[in-house]
Design a protein around this ligand. Sequence first.
Ligand code: BG6
Length: 295
Amino acid sequence: IVGEGGSQKVVAQLPSGESVEVYLFGATVTSWKSNGGQTENLWVSEAADLTGNKPIRGGVPVVFPNFGPPPATGPCSKLSQHGFARNSRWEYLGKSSTEDALDTSSVKLDFGLDRNGISEEHRKAWPLDFGLVYSVTLSKDTLQTVITVRNEGEESFEFQFLLHTYFRIKDISKVSVNGLGSVEYIDKVLDATTHSQTDPTLKFTGEVDRVYKDIKLDTTSILEDGKPRFDITRDNVKDTVTWNPWIEKAKSMGDFAPNDGYKNMVCVEVGAVNGWQKLEKGEVFEGGMLVKSHL
Ligand code: BG6
């Protein structure tokens, strides 16, 4: 662990140079370098607050227990947009590694958050007994992030979960996202209603904010200049949000910098956000993603 107070983070590196950096605040992955440590795969705003006072703008914020604005009723109704996980200080549970051969070497970092780890205000708003374990595994050209949600209380509860990943790209005008054809999505920019994706390829020419639901394929890919850049494989989750704020929205966000940073990022966010996941007493949910970097 390096750093002080709200800026504490865990940094890990493989013998071959690849590395990962995770802030305890939000268990937010803020750096993932592949290709012997030469290629940064995540975008973090130059104006991101890295002191533990507000969610980090960039990297991989963990969204839990609600996605988007809080619903009108139910225990999440008093929470803020995207829930409390990205606003809470997680506990570092430790590291495990395998170094059998160079190309299979990996390091796994575990983080935990439970009822006692969230603020008094969040405990009052969401009075449920839960345990989260979030595992971040770095291998030579992949990053795997998986959460387990356990219901530790007497009553059932419902939640949503999303990994709000900001991928670093060179030029948004040359980016396409594949693997979303014939899928229904909610268009939050247009009219918040359901549409059907006819084109198998999504390109960005303006603000995009779409919730793709119940995707049959396991993998969604980001291509740059027609070449594969990232393969994002869903693990036990079926939904994916695509987001780019474009010019005006990027300018309006106080912690988004530089203004034209939207050209260098694309959010492809896997999770379970179509409806709610229900957990009975003692039950556990597990879900996440495996990302392969082609650089
Ligand atoms: C996306 C949402 O997941 O997150 C967008 O679909 C939202 O509607 C974006 O604008 C960023 O949210 P926030 O709370 O980090 O500004």
